[in-house]
Design a protein around this ligand. Structure first.
Ligand SMILES: [Zn+2]
Length: 245
């Protein structure tokens, strides 16, 4: 059984370094699937060319707080109609965006679109957790909440929805231990690097391998074997995408 990096930005990363050798090496480390996110028109072109070769499923959405995101509603709609994307996202709410009304309007519009096409939604929720939950509970959709690092209370709310979560380095911090415990107990998790070109550190040969250290750290912290973690993320991948790893 293999691993999926369930939230990453491979098109964006490819602008910094050639991806083929990185993906080949990652495959040797049993990382063989990617749920990757498109944030720009240039990203879309890249996925169009490369997603099949590299076992990438991609999603696209109008991000709540990324100024280089140049995707508009028509782009997302077209991708839905053409059956190109596995999900809409990442979309959501971010406390760093001061244009609350516009952010919410875009969020709701894209949730409506997900309803029309029965697509899962990849969520980016930073702050505004209660408000986001109040909106989401109106939609009977499948959610993948990426890199969630908010409160435990809000996590329990999101669990009332048909939600899955990606565990990132962010949740491995000491002060997030209670949240991490709940995430693991829920069994509704996958793992992510959230890698973009901006996160690569000087001298880092292959940032895709960070996924391994996330998994390793969890296995050590909670004394679970990696085979169990692998099985759960594979089952969740299947429930989300309808495909097996
Ligand atoms: Zn992301």
């Amino acid at each position: 059984m293999k691993y999926c990096d369930a939230h990453c930005h491979l098109a964006n990363l490819s602008q910094l370094m050639p991806l083929e050798p990185l993906i080949t090496e990652a495959t040797e480390h049993d990382i063989t699937r990617y749920l990757s996110s498109a944030l720009s028109k240039a990203d879309l072109e890249w996925y169009e060319k490369h997603s099949k070769d590299f076992n990438i499923l991609y999603s696209a959405g109008m991000h709540p707080n990324f100024e280089l995101c140049d995707l508009d509603f028509q782009d997302i709609k077209r991708l839905c109609e053409q059956g190109k994307i596995w999900a809409i996202g990442e979309i959501g709410m971010d406390k760093g965006n001061s244009e609350l009304a516009l952010m919410k309007a875009n969020f709701v519009k894209q949730l409506d679109l997900a309803m029309d096409f029965r697509l899962p939604v990849v969520l980016h929720i930073v702050g505004h957790q209660q408000e986001a939950y109040e909106i989401l509970r109106e939609y009977p959709l499948k959610y993948l909440i990426h890199g969630y690092a908010g409160s435990v209370e809000a996590f329990r709310n999101f669990m009332k929805l048909d939600s899955y979560f990606t565990i990132s380095e962010r949740v491995l911090r000491e002060d997030k231990r209670d949240l991490l415990k709940e995430l693991l107990k829920s069994r509704r998790f996958l793992f992510e690097t959230d890698i973009t070109q901006y996160y690569v550190v000087e001298g880092e040969a292959n940032p895709l391998l960070r996924l391994e250290s996330v998994i390793q750290t969890i296995a050590e912290l909670f004394k679970v074997d990696t085979a169990t973690l692998q099985r759960l993320q594979a089952a969740n991948y299947q429930l989300l995408t309808g495909q097996s790893i």
